[in-house]
Design a protein around this ligand. Structure first.
Ligand code: GLU
Length: 415
């Protein structure tokens, strides 16, 4: 994460649509602050017998549209301002996709890559003990995010259920399918993002078959983005990277072989037949589609002038800083904004909540069809408004999302 402040950037995006929506200064002030936040210190027994205290947060940004929703990150560089920015992004993302949910985010400052599974489990359970009175199935529903996964969601659901003395699937989403999780949740963010790329490709004249794609990040979102891009959309994935570095192949990478290789070695680097490159080099490759799918602020004023992709699809949250965003826009580069492009994760999380409330289980086909429909509807709304008002897609997306939150706040009589 760079020194760039994500929360400040998200507030700037909010301001960009205030005039269009005739948002009063008072109303804007409300939307520039999280409604509630909880800071916790979490003592955890480590494998060597010592006790370590971890700092954790949960930020509920705005709940005008419904209970708040958003992931939990376990990351060594976590900051409260990043979590605030991400919670704000969740608010606009849920609103843009017309979900009856507000936005939230949680995080713990820790490095899960240097912890054992046992230590991670104790931390996950202790986090839930610390925030259990703050969250709940009709209050605030966490999910996976950077460096957290389905098995951790299972521990967290189990811990919450023990505290309230009843199995409560609906308290968290992104659970394993065997334990109240939804089909299709694992690859929902990537799949949803590709539906947006498919629609945008038609509008920008990019032919997807054989299109050259570079993906920064090879975690849940990046790896599924590579697989879906190659297998469902016949793209040529020429480069991917993870935190240790990237790889490039002019003729395209075999993603299934790469997944097996990463499983064995822990990284994509030194993949046979490919050339090692840095994360920075990956971002500057001459490709048709660039997919940042890792952390925030990877494209800033430092490198924006060197980005050569024809289309940027934000599968990560906040990967382009606001000043880089303006520069890329002035160069005529289309950016599919995070609140539109990566909404597939929270959409299928919402489907998971609906299934949990109804003790139901939909098959993968039903989940994916419903996901596709919601992504395409949101794309069309954003695209049409962007065309009509002659503004970037991000500004159009914010205008729709903020407009819905403002309407809900007014209907509730808050303003
Ligand atoms: N962490 C995902 C996001 O940033 C999903 C959140 C959720 O499913 O609640 O959109």
């Amino acid at each position: 994460m760079s020194e760039q402040n994500l929360f400040e950037d998200v507030k700037k995006h909010l301001c960009s649509c205030s005039a269009d929506l005739q948002v009063t200064p008072n109303l804007e002030a409300i939307m520039k602050m999280p409604m509630r936040e909880l800071h916790v210190s979490i003592p955890v027994r480590m494998d060597d017998g010592s006790i370590r205290a971890f700092a954790g947060f949960r930020v509920q940004y705005n709940d005008a549209l419904g209970p708040t929703k958003g992931g939990i990150r376990f990351h060594p560089d976590e900051t409260i301002d990043t979590i605030r920015g991400l919670a704000a992004i969740m608010t606009w993302k849920c609103a843009l996709h017309n979900l009856p949910l507000g936005g939230a985010k949680g995080g713990v400052i820790c490095n899960p890559k240097k912890m054992s599974r046992g230590e991670i489990e104790r931390l996950a359970r202790a986090y839930i003990q610390a925030v259990c009175h703050f969250i709940g199935p009709d209050r605030d529903i966490p999910a996976p995010d950077v460096y957290t996964d389905a098995s951790m969601m299972a521990w967290m659901m189990d811990e919450y259920s023990k505290i309230v003395q009843k199995t409560t699937f609906g308290v968290i989403t992104g659970k394993p399918v065997s334990l109240g999780g939804s089909e299709g949740r694992e690859d929902a963010t990537a799949r949803g993002g590709w539906f947006i790329i498919r629609e945008a490709a038609k509008d920008t004249g990019i032919f997807l078959e054989g299109a050259r794609v570079a993906i920064q990040g090879f975690g849940n979102v990046g790896a599924n983005a590579a697989l879906i891009g190659q297998e469902l959309f016949s793209c040529t994935v020429v480069a991917v990277s993870d935190s240790r570095g990237g790889i490039y192949s002019r003729i395209g990478l075999d993603i299934r072989a790469l997944l097996a290789y990463k499983e064995k070695t822990g990284s994509v680097t030194d993949f046979p037949g490919a050339e090692n490159i840095t994360n920075d080099e990956l971002l500057e490759l001459e490709v048709d589609i660039l997919i940042p799918a890792a952390l925030e602020n990877v494209i800033t004023l430092d490198n924006a002038s060197r980005i050569k992709a024809r289309l940027i699809a934000e599968f990560a949250n906040g990967p382009v800083s606001s000043d880089a965003d303006a520069l890329l826009h002035s160069r005529g580069m289309p950016i599919l904004p995070d609140i539109l492009c990566n909404g597939g994760g929270v959409i299928v999380s919402y489907f998971e909540m609906v299934q949990n409330f109804n003790l139901d289980h939909w098959d993968a086909e039903e989940v994916n069809q419903r996901l596709e429909k919601k992504m395409v509807v949101a794309y069309k709304a954003v695209h049409d408004l962007s065309f009509k008002n002659n503004v970037p897609m991000r500004q159009a997306g914010y205008t729709i999302a903020v407009g819905r939150v403002v309407k809900a706040m007014k209907s509730r009589g808050w303003v």
